[in-house]
Design a protein around this ligand. Structure first.
Ligand code: PHB
Length: 394
């Protein structure tokens, strides 16, 4: 058994783990990042696409990504569509902020490139099996390396940034699942297609046939989703059927169609772990919480956790001050539950539940009208969507 030592052992080379190691390195704190996946897999997995303004500011001001500003697209609003009409939520006018369309795998490419150029220790293909001694001063990650050999990493802090199926979570909550949990009776059918954009901004559409989101990736590639049964087999639809489903859910817009080259079904879950920290082990990002994708909060919430945790780790590891780490869970949970509410609210307001009665349907239209016809309603949506101020920015 090989035992290696570092100051911070980070399990998971997703946005949270990589950004944390980048920020720690800028403060002179070494870390080792490990991930069971290959670099290739991490850089090519299709995930969400919307970055809050605060996320963009962190990525660009710390040198984590310059491309977000040059390749990403700023969006100053979204459209909510229901009952046959579109309603623009004008972020710029309402809150003076915006969001950026820049896919998560591009953020990951940028972070990996920046970290490797700085000589960072990132271990791809290394699987964490468990964390030991969480409550002690020297917690350890017990792992298996790419060649199947056992490996131990001993650190002053272990961070679980290892996604919704986190292995680290068990060391924090006492079980692999321990958390507050909600499931939804629908999922999203996502496609990527080769076509020009169908609209300037994202369209979130509530229709009698169910929800659809018309998003984008570039001038030639588009991302779209429609509400579906969570058990649906993605291969069971022909391309014609997919376009028919999408078109009928955005009445008033004719979607630009093109070859569909990727399809997937995204399950909807809301989850918050019962604990975010135990002793010297902390959880960030999807390991700590998951949100349904309707509010576009997943990656942004991971970044917000990292900002809070990184400041706490700096205080601890550079000044021996434990107070911010003691406050980590409470500080992070403040935003996490606001984002949970926003994601649940956008989801429930826009989707058609399979057992919805006529009352439910008409009440939902009343809710949508309450939002778009009130400046306060539109402003709440704009504030939450573009992101609340980040806690703990230095
Ligand atoms: C996406 O483009 O993948 C996307 C955009 C907005 C969302 C969710 C996903 O709310």
């Amino acid at each position: 058994m090989t035992t290696e030592r570092t100051r911070v052992a980070i399990v998971g080379a997703g946005p949270a783990g990589l950004l944390l190691s980048h920020l720690l390195a800028q403060a002179g704190i070494d870390s080792i990042v490990l991930d069971s996946r290959s670099r290739e897999e991490i850089e090519h997995t299709i995930r969400a696409g919307i970055l809050e303004q605060g996320t963009v500011e962190i990525l660009s001001s710390t040198g984590a990504s310059d491309r977000v500003l040059t390749e990403g697209n700023r969006h100053d609003g979204i459209e909510l569509r229901f009952a046959g009409a579109g309603h623009r939520i004008d972020f710029a006018e309402l809150v003076g902020r915006g969001v950026w369309l820049y896919p998560q795998h591009e953020v990951l490419r940028d972070l990996i490139a920046v970290r490797l150029a700085a000589g960072a220790d990132i271990r791809f293909g290394v699987t964490a099996d468990r964390v030991e001694d969480a409550a002690g001063d020297r917690p350890r990650v017990v792992a298996t390396d790419a060649a199947g050999e056992p490996l131990e990493i001993e650190a002053e802090i272990v961070v679980g940034a290892d996604g919704s199926r986190s292995v680290v979570r068990a060391a924090v909550t006492g079980s692999q699942t321990g958390g507050y949990f909600r499931e939804y009776p629908f999922a999203w059918f996502g496609i990527l297609c080769e076509a020009p954009p169908s609209a300037d901004e994202l369209i979130y559409s509530n229709s009698p046939d169910g929800f659809a989101l018309i998003s984008q990736r570039s001038a030639t590639v588009q991302r779209m989703y429609f509400q579906c049964d969570p058990e649906v087999d993605p291969e069971s639809y022909s391309e014609e059927q997919l376009w028919e489903e999408l078109q009928k859910r955005v009445p008033g817009t004719t979607l630009n169609e093109g070859p569909i080259f990727q399809r997937d079904v995204l399950r909807f879950r809301s989850f918050v772990a019962h604990e975010l920290r135990r002793g010297r082990v902390a959880l960030v990002g999807d390991a700590a919480h998951t949100v349904p994708p309707t509010g576009a909060k997943g990656m942004n919430l991971a970044v917000a956790d990292v900002v809070v945790l990184e400041r706490a780790l700096r205080a601890l590891l550079l000044e021996g001050d434990e107070r911010l780490l003691d406050d980590y869970a409470e500080t992070a949970l403040h935003r996490i539950w606001k984002a949970q509410h926003f994601s649940w609210w956008m989801t429930s307001m826009l989707h058609v539940a399979p057992d919805a009665s006529d009352f439910d349907r008409l009440r939902q239209l009343g809710e949508l009208r309450s939002v778009v016809e009130s400046e306060a309603g539109r402003r709440y949506l704009a504030e939450a969507y573009t992101g609340w101020p980040l806690e703990g920015l230095a």
